[in-house]
Write a protein that binds this ligand. Structure first.
Ligand SMILES: C[S@@+](CC[C@H](N)C(=O)[O-])C[C@H]1O[C@@H](n2cnc3c(N)ncnc32)[C@H](O)[C@@H]1O
Length: 270
């Protein structure tokens, strides 16, 4: 059997590199958001609202998994005092776009880096946030340790939570995802493992909270359901962006493909 793949598919952190590395489609979507050609994401506006309540003048914000730095647009709108923004992302394709989008901003920085080993010192930032990244991570304990380590005051994580955990792999084939060269009949290997996938994990409240408490015993944790969205705006962006698995709304819940995604903001005050 000759299976042509664009290798390596999965890196040591369980990330499907084909999804991101050369993904000009996603990079362009995030870039358009960053430069204001596409609307701000609902989550970006909500995140900026939470940060606005926490931030003081001249403080430093870190955005982990920043893509093209599109959340900065919402932060800039909401926060009127001076602040410093750094975005970190493992993929050069996103960092390049981010640097282009924000080249005229003097308080903005972008760095290539991974949440499993953030390239920053202890307490380097006052507030860190991480949106729509934990869902794609194989292990979340090291990432939690890292984001808590680099943050002095507050950490805000936006991810999908439920009463029990689900480990979900979304499996790629070249019929619907052009960045992999795996035909539908070869999605799984002979042991039944997917050849190319991304995690779409759901974490239990108990797992996440107990691990945060273990890492940072004196912190307070608030869990807030993400109801901060306008259904019409999300449904409209699906049409604009034409992305497979783009978030849609069914009832009052966000859904990706066929997976219900009850999103929450986890606010950790150290
Ligand atoms: C679904 S996008 C979310 C982008 C943005 N934070 C948002 O909410 O719109 C996931 C982002 O996380 C980044 N990412 C994936 N794995 C990562 C890791 N191990 N460390 C840091 N960022 C990661 C991706 O490159 C991508 O920019």
């Amino acid at each position: 059997m000759n299976i042509k793949t664009k290798k390596p598919l999965i890196n040591k952190y369980g990330l499907c590199l084909n999804e991101y590395k050369n993904n000009t489609n996603n990079a362009n979507i995030y870039f358009k958001r960053a430069i204001g050609k596409s609307p701000e994401m609902e989550v970006s506006k909500a995140m900026a609202g939470f940060i606005q309540k926490k931030i003081s003048k001249n403080e430093k914000i870190l955005d982990v998994g920043c893509a093209s730095g599109h959340f900065y647009r919402s932060l800039k709108k909401k926060i009127t005092s001076n602040f410093f923004y750094t975005g970190v992302d493992p993929y050069q394709i996103f960092i390049n776009k981010a640097k282009r989008a924000w080249k005229n901003e003097k308080n903005v920085n972008f760095k290539k880096g991974n949440i499993y080993k953030l390239p920053f010192k202890k307490n380097e930032f006052d507030i860190s946030f991480c949106s729509n990244v934990f869902i794609h991570l194989n292990d979340v304990v090291k990432p939690l340790k890292e984001i808590i380590r680099v943050s002095k005051k507050t950490i805000i994580i936006r991810t999908v939570l439920f009463d029990v955990s689900y480990k979900i792999q979304c499996v790629y084939n070249n019929k619907w995802w052009k960045d992999v060269d795996i035909s539908p009949e070869n999605e799984f290997d002979s042991k039944g493992n997917p050849r190319a996938y991304s995690f779409f994990n759901i974490l239990s409240f108990d797992y996440l909270i107990s691990n945060i408490k273990k890492i940072s015993p004196n912190s307070t944790i608030k869990i807030i359901k993400d109801n901060y969205f306008d259904k019409k705006k999300i449904n409209k962006s699906i049409k604009l962006e034409k992305r497979p698995l783009a978030t849609k709304i069914v009832g009052n819940e966000q859904v990706s493909g066929c997976i219900l995604q009850p999103h929450y903001f986890v606010i950790i005050d150290k």
